[in-house]
Design a protein around this ligand. Structure first.
Ligand code: GLN
Length: 195
């Protein structure tokens, strides 16, 4: 499988390494041409407003939207989750607007700006998943088309899926557990078999 990782800014290298370890052909994307021929895409963590500006300047926003509407799987982590949401509740910027949900940016306030926890993600099996949240967003509301995959103990949704679109509020590329990357690769493999 060929995975393109948006590499304008943020934590893209770690995603490329894990995907390569899992046997995928992962490469960075900075130019519109590099979107061609990929089976799936990752939008990494970083700074969502910077990433949105860079995507506009590099002419990636519209092509990415069209590719997603054509059925390409996309996984957004942290800032990437913000970019995929239809709406950001506390920032008035246009996103890729692909998933029917509203997210809150920097949602965890100062005390818990960044934290690590073990999350239950039933789609990955019983073993808890180590999740690092870094000035992370959370899902404030979502339509019924969005399946919530994980919640914090207080019920806050922090991972979700809508068809071939996947989002995680945390950074699964930083903790050495490759199960979410494997989960996304399954979405990509199944989408590729239906092309
Ligand atoms: N706080 C960042 C933003 O709003 C996201 C942080 C991250 O991706 N780790 O874009």
């Amino acid at each position: 499988m060929k995975i393109g990782v948006l590499a304008l800014q943020g934590a893209f290298l770690e995603h490329i390494h894990i995907m390569q370890q899992l046997g995928a052909e992962a490469s960075p994307i900075r130019l519109p041409d590099e979107l061609d021929g990929k089976d799936g895409f990752i939008i990494p963590g970083g700074e969502s407003s910077a990433m949105l500006n860079l995507m506009q300047s590099f002419n990636l926003t519209q092509p990415l939207r069209e590719i997603a509407k054509g059925g390409a799987p996309i996984w957004g982590t942290c800032a990437g989750m913000i970019l995929l949401a239809k709406k950001i509740s506390n920032l008035d910027t246009e996103t890729l607007a692909l998933m029917d949900m509203t997210v809150r940016r920097n949602a965890f306030g100062r005390q818990t700006d960044s934290f690590e926890t073990e999350l239950s993600i039933p789609a990955l099996g019983n073993k808890p998943f180590p999740a690092v949240f870094i000035r992370a967003p959370f899902i404030e509301s979502a339509s019924q088309k969005v399946e919530i995959l994980a919640r914090l103990p207080d019920g806050t949704p922090v991972a979700a899926r809508q068809g071939r679109l996947l989002v995680t509020a945390f950074h699964p590329e930083l903790t050495g557990d490759p199960r979410l990357h494997g989960y996304f690769l399954k979405i990509v493999t199944s989408a590729a078999s239906k092309k």
